[in-house]
Design a binder for this molecule. Sequence first.
Ligand code: SAM
Length: 253
Amino acid sequence: MAMIATPAWPPRSLQRLFVQGPLGPGLALGVEGPQAHYLANVMRMVTGGQLLLFDGRCGEWLAEIVDVSRKRVTLIVGQQTKAQEKVPDLTLAFAPIKKGRVDWLVEKAVELGVSQLQPVVTQRTIVGKLNLERMRSHIIEGAEQCGRTSLATIEAPIKLDAFLRGLDGGRTLYFADETGGQPALTAIAPGPATFLVGPEGGFTPEEADAIRAAPCATAISLGPRILRAETAALAAVAAWMASVGDWRDRLSG
Ligand code: SAM
């Protein structure tokens, strides 16, 4: 059973590392490669040092370093420090944007609590390929940094028409529409949700009509100013998290 987390325990300054699970008490595991280099050479951690581990499924655990060799750091898993979190069911569907900015968007969306990321290719999408492996490493970094125990998933990019055909009627599709929609906080209601945000050039009028025609779609406005795509995406996620997501829950450490 998880030890009651207190403001002092576990120290939030402890390093957090994502590892392949399943994690459990007394488990001995070795980390190698970049993670071992990071712990031993960058963070200069030594035998007896403590860090927090999570595997995306079994919560967070305190671990102790029992050996540091040139290529491998060996850890023993101790007590559970956090139960597995249940993040709200929120998908961010976004038209891919330039490299640096999409990395930033993914990391911030993870910090804000998004459960799934879905790149959607639209007519004015200028970015061809999206490196999903690089996106996954940003998802892990974001989770390590913000204290998450779950990992957001990222799906392979799909075309807008396939995205609209695949919509699950049980989810509300909030369409971020800079040409006019309901004020976000008025439109947002509890329940599984997907936010769709366009590319820098926006959606074409035909695309906007097709999105609005989707039975579960609601066009929302994020205010009178034209936001950059990544700003609009994070503003939409923040509005949803604050009004119907887990930001309303008391922080339980
Ligand atoms: N087509 C627009 C233009 O150039 O006039 C700009 C598109 S904007 C940079 C990128 C995307 O962000 C839009 O497709 C929309 O999804 C979202 N967005 C930006 N500002 C918004 C607002 N005020 N309300 C709702 N969505 C917005």
